[in-house]
Write a protein that binds this ligand. Structure first.
Ligand SMILES: O=C(O)C(=O)C[C@]1(C(=O)O)C=C[C@@H](O)C=C1
Length: 98
């Protein structure tokens, strides 16, 4: 690949990453915004915010997907745990403000 083509490839790839990153952040925002109704449902059900069984289910699903896509399992699980922490933090904050 010559330098000019390489530069074009890099620029095009970065534009695609920027587009994908915006999609990811939109989805993270949507995922986190569900915290309000989840928190309210848990209060009505007398449930704790932390649900270890559900988190294990999500982690095992993430592990299966990581294997299917050939992505590092531990890293993808770390990412999923951060998303769950985001949700728990939002739920705690919502309940604190009630
Ligand atoms: O499904 C729930 O019970 C949630 O509170 C959502 C969620 C998640 O982010 O997926 C967050 C915290 C719980 O421990 C389990 C899962």
């Amino acid at each position: 690949m010559d330098e000019s083509r390489a530069l074009e490839t890099l620029k095009r790839s970065r534009r695609e990453i920027d587009r994908i990153d915006r999609e990811i952040l939109d989805l993270i925002s949507s995922r986190t915004s569900l915290a309000r109704e989840i928190a309210e449902a848990k209060v009505a059900l007398g449930m704790e915010i932390f649900d270890p069984e559900r988190e294990l289910e999500i982690i095992e699903r993430t592990r299966r997907i990581a294997r299917a896509y050939g992505i590092n399992e531990d890293k993808l699980i770390q990412l999923m745990k951060i998303l769950m922490d985001l949700s728990k933090t939002e739920q705690k904050e919502l309940l604190r403000r009630q």
